[in-house]
Design a protein around this ligand. Structure first.
Ligand code: NAD
Length: 346
């Protein structure tokens, strides 16, 4: 058997339906009672539900901050930190997607406040010690055990409102974590097992969600799959695909899940010669899945201009991540051009 290292990440996970009701007891077991609540501007219904649950058990939130923004801009974080501290909070709760959880991580990393997450998308940030922050148009990603949220409550009910189109691309974002774990420089059999089970759960459930967004079992499987896939980047290094998506998303401030969905098949094709067999099969399977999910396939529809391609490539080759296949500027330019034009990956 291969020699490997597996890093256990010490977070507590509560998984189920109606589990938002466990938030008060999860705080009480840690002797926390002054939560500061976070959300994006559009997800205040989650905050209202959570506030009711907490208040029913005599826990009054110290405040609510509803300006969580994609790619965690530092200026937004600094404003939230000031409010959370002025209110005398002893923890932050982030019910939401990767943007809200990213803000929770950024606050927790700066203040030491305990972080309880309630993920409502499939991005997987809740189980990684990784934080990507943007400042002056540049996204910097770093990893530190103190960034890992302490408790994660997965409540399938909160994902039922996730729009069909976003469910599809958010699920593919999760699959991207698992795919890169398969060929990571420090990949290991444990993480490959989680990756394969995560991809299986998502590949099965996402088409079911497209047909019937209220399919509770499919929603449960998708959330379970997203947890397993999310565990991958917290354990092994991510490669070219994540670097490229950070370069595109961070530089041009593009939506995260959409970018991952469009770029992934092209990176798989790029890496295939160096990781034969498995990757070719995955690339084929992914193309079939993406067709079923009716997701966007071109960066142009996200507002990227052909003239942006050199800027994207320059950002991707600057401090490159590991890649099984050497990253050549000319080949990468062609990869990004194909993704931009929405051509089939090959
Ligand atoms: P998001 O959190 O920005 O959510 C997208 C939109 O969906 C938002 O408007 C949000 O309010 C809404 N939404 C969320 N949950 C909903 C629900 N259940 N019902 C209806 N609407 C809902 O998007 P995301 O893709 O989850 O997260 C992207 C961000 O997460 C990026 O900044 C990315 O860099 C970060 N991320 C970080 C990691 C990590 O490990 N550090 C991993 C994945 C993503």
């Amino acid at each position: 058997m291969e020699l490997f290292t597996y890093q256990m990440n010490p977070s507590r996970v509560v998984f189920g339906s109606g589990t938002i009701n466990r938030a008060p007891s999860e705080l009480s077991r840690l002797k926390l009672s002054k939560p500061f609540l976070l959300s994006t501007p559009s997800r205040t219904p989650h905050i209202q539900d959570l506030s009711k649950v907490l208040e029913a058990r005599s826990i009054t939130p110290t405040g609510v901050f509803t300006e969580a923004t994609m790619h965690t801009p530092v200026a937004v974080t600094e404003k939230a930190v000031a409010e959370a501290q002025a209110a005398g909070s002893d923890c932050v709760i982030s019910p939401g997607g990767g943007s809200t959880i990213g803000l929770g991580k950024a606050i927790s990393a700066r203040t030491g406040l305990y972080h309880l997450c309630i993920p409502t998308t499939y991005a997987g940030s809740e189980v990684t010690p990784i934080l990507g922050e943007t400042e002056m148009g540049e996204k910097t990603t770093y990893s530190n055990p103190s960034i890992l949220p302490g408790t994660v409550i997965y409540d399938v009910d909160l994902t039922m409102t996730l729009p069909v189109g976003f469910s599809a691309i958010s699920g593919v974002n999760a699959i991207a974590h698992a795919v890169e774990a398969m060929y990571a420089e420090n990949s290991n059999p444990i993480i490959r097992m989680l990756a394969q089970e995560g991809v299986r759960a998502l590949a099965e459930s996402l088409p079911q969600i497209i047909n019937d967004p209220s399919h509770q079992d499919a929603r449960r499987a998708a959330l379970y799959g997203s947890w397993l896939c999310g565990t991958c980047p917290g354990n092994v290094g991510m490669s070219l695909h994540h670097k490229l998506c950070h370069a595109i998303g961070g530089t041009l401030s593009l939506p995260h899940a959409e970018t991952h969905t469009i770029v992934l098949p092209h990176v798989l094709s790029y890496e295939a010669p160096k990781v034969p067999g498995a990757m070719e099969a995955l690339a084929m399977g992914l193309n079939i899945l993406l067709k079923k999910l009716k997701v966007p396939r071109d960066l142009e529809s996200l507002g990227v201009k052909e003239g942006d391609i050199p800027k994207i490539v320059a950002a991707a080759v600057k401090k490159p991540y590991y890649s099984p296949r050497a990253v050549e500027e000319k080949l990468l330019t062609e990869l990004v051009r194909r993704a931009w034009a929405g051509e089939l990956a090959r």
